[in-house]
Write a protein that binds this ligand. Structure first.
Ligand code: SAH
Length: 357
């Protein structure tokens, strides 16, 4: 027993952390990589090279970093980078690509790449599955499996970037999961996407159904991203029918936190409102919503519902969508309609699920 070293410093530099126990490198900042290369007994400038190969060239294995000396590459070949495998890829007619990515424990998550001429937006997942169980959302139907780790979030963006062969310009946390329940990974991932991958802070959007106290926390952390709050209903009764967690976190309390967020950060926030035909898209709902948002520095995004087989909600026709939008505009609410991309490939908002049917 006594021959087993008890502290890492008793081990030779290159054996301090067995490769299998090593945290994946993806997600680390330049100073963290500097520390790591120095622990490996390498000169500090190797960290800059490592950073470039991880975040710009997107290597999957350290043995592929050809600027590193061969002997060192052999030593670190098994250190995990933290990249996933593309398990399946499908392309919709509008060129949206949906990926099923396989993680190291075999779990599958969904990521979507949405190209336009000027932008490449990635819709990332923050959890495997989701615990919120919103009544109209496919992800909620398959339950919650686990949180994603930092590298598993960053990897989704790098995977889409490599597959499209062009820079990702925008990232939205609107895939599977509730990002505010996984701030431990989401906040460092946002930092990494901004500072290491190079995506502008304002082009990163975190979407949340609202978790008590967490919007306040984001305001205090001076979140380097845009916040979008999923509202979906203009009153408590309707909202709690759609969103089970709203029973314990009433609309009034949510709106109060949102107001504080705007005051503290001086940033405008977005509200998402999924339009469900006859259910939350009537003229009186628009009038109520305008009243709820009076004097609020915000923008409303209306998302016409994308149907899923499990529930009977319907997508409103164009006339109802236009009327709802107009009713808000007449009341001076800033509003846009977001038509989801990738509808034909089941890649649209709310159609992502863990298991493929
Ligand atoms: N948990 C986060 C991210 C979820 S997905 C949140 O709730 O905001 C991003 C958006 O898609 C949310 O506003 C969500 O309510 C919406 N959405 C979910 N299912 C949908 C569907 N079937 N059609 C249209 N939008 C949907």
């Amino acid at each position: 027993m006594s021959s087993i070293p008890t502290s890492p410093s008793q081990l030779p530099a290159n054996q301090q952390t067995p490769a299998s126990a090593q945290k994946p490198l993806l997600g680390m900042s330049l100073p963290q990589l500097q520390e790591w290369v120095q622990q490996q007994g390498q000169p500090i400038y190797r960290a800059q090279q490592l950073h470039q190969w991880l975040y710009e060239k997107g290597v999957h294995s350290l043995s592929d970093i050809t600027v590193f000396p061969k002997s060192w590459r052999a030593e670190i070949a098994d250190v995990p980078v933290g990249r996933s495998q593309i398990f399946h890829r499908s392309v919709a007619p509008d060129k949206t690509v949906k990926y099923l990515l396989q993680l190291e424990d075999g779990q599958i998550i969904e990521t979507v790449g949405m190209p336009t001429e000027k932008r490449l937006t990635v819709c990332v997942s923050s959890q495997v599955g989701c615990a919120m169980a919103c009544d109209f959302c496919a992800t909620g139907k398959s339950g919650f499996q686990r949180h994603l780790k930092i590298h598993e979030i960053v990897d989704q963006v790098l995977t889409v970037q490599a597959d499209f062969g062009r820079r990702v310009s925008h990232v939205v946390f609107m895939g599977m999961g509730e990002p505010l329940l996984n701030l431990e990974a989401v906040l460092p991932a946002v930092r990494c996407l901004n500072q290491d991958v190079g995506i502008a802070a304002r082009s990163l959007t975190i979407s949340t159904v609202g978790i008590r106290g967490r919007i306040r926390q984001l305001a205090q952390e001076k979140l380097q991203a845009t916040l979008a709050v999923s509202l979906h209903a203009p009153n408590q009764q309707l909202r709690q029918e759609l969103i089970p967690s709203a029973k314990h976190y009433p609309l009034e309390a949510l709106m109060q936190e949102c107001r504080e967020y705007v005051q503290t950060t001086k940033r405008r926030l977005s509200f998402e409102y999924t339009l469900l035909a006859e259910y939350n898209d009537r003229p009186e709902h628009a009038a109520q919503l305008a009243r709820l948002l009076r004097g609020f520095q915000c923008h409303v995004n209306l998302i016409p519902y994308n149907p899923i087989p499990e529930v009977a909600y319907k997508r409103p026709d164009q006339q109802r969508i236009d009327r709802f939008q107009q009713a808000l505009q007449e009341r001076h609410v800033a509003v846009s309609v977001r038509y989801s991309r990738g509808l034909e490939a089941d890649a649209a908002c709310g159609q992502l699920r863990t298991r493929q049917s």
